[in-house]
Design a protein around this ligand. Sequence first.
Ligand SMILES: Cc1ncc(COP(=O)(O)O)c(C=O)c1O
Length: 382
Amino acid sequence: MDNEAFFRAGLDELKAAGNLRALPQVEHDGRYVSASGRRMLNLSSNDYLGIASEGLWQREFLAGLSGREFLLSSSSSRLLTGNFAVCSRLERLLACMFGREAALVFGSGYHMNAGILPAVADSRTLILADKLVHASLIDGIRLSAARCIRYRHQDYRQLETLLEKHHADFARIVIVTESVFSMDGDVAPLHRLVGLKKRYGAMLYVDEAHAVGVRGRTGLGVAEEQGCVQDIDFLCGTFGKALASVGAYVVCSRVMRDYLVNRMRTLIYTTALPPLNVAWTCHVAERLPDMGERRMRLERLSACLREALRERGLPCDSASHIVPMLVGDSRETVEKAEQMQRRGFYVLPVRPPTVPEGTSRLRFSLSAGITPDELKQLTEIL
Ligand SMILES: Cc1ncc(COP(=O)(O)O)c(C=O)c1O
């Protein structure tokens, strides 16, 4: 088989299973998107607080910019000439907001997760990761020299058994989890993980990509909500979702930050974020504590959708603004997504390999800007 034929056969196989992907072409108009001549409410973005779809903040920000912050490229790695003052300002701001010693900013959540574990986990390290952690974390685990065991999703008894069995055999153990799980919307009991990590002298790595901005009294995430911001060794989050920007961060000890600066390849060998984007992230982050009203609105909408699914006898383990509707078969999921789109709701199918085989689903990703009327229409057509 020649090369082209080999890859064409691979695509055909994906198509037959209903798992072929293509890049959607959509036009954005605030909370709406248009595609194929249809205008639909966007239920597939991660703009959880509705900041990205509102022009007001962006206009205010652009009007207040100074010349130095307006740079559209950093033109270098942070270890060369790309470490602009605004980036250090953001890191000081994050460390102060979280009440921790240090913070470090990265180009994206993918860079963050693909880079931290390979930097800190050597061959004498054991990584214990939840079975459903994000692909970027899996890639980080694969790039590290550590041994890894994945425990069943949120099965902390199994996690404890593994800690008990292995803690004496390794120099270090790192427990890895998300707080709000990206495809299921359920929430990890971080305080329980903190208890386990303390009992067994392990380190704890938590990805709050889908929780920062949205959860906690001042928007710091589930760790704030559960009172354990100080107890998580690598408390990570991203700026590309609720914060309507781009990039990612870890808050940690000063020693861990210094270690990452020296060892983390996805920080060292890449161009730093443009100062303009970092300045925008500062602008949004400074306002996070005042966004309690939006967080409450989002929680009310989410509770309403979760309840509607349960009333229809559909399984729903979500405890957040990410509300999946399990379908199972990929082709059927694609059909259901198209039906929703025809009715004016832009919902996308989520299929393997993003989720396990046989668990294809529609993923409703809610935003504080959705009106109660729009949600009512949505629940009526479920
Ligand atoms: C849990 C989780 N972590 C990390 C990322 C990656 O973040 P980014 O989009 O900033 O690369 C995602 C994004 O999709 C995610 O869902």
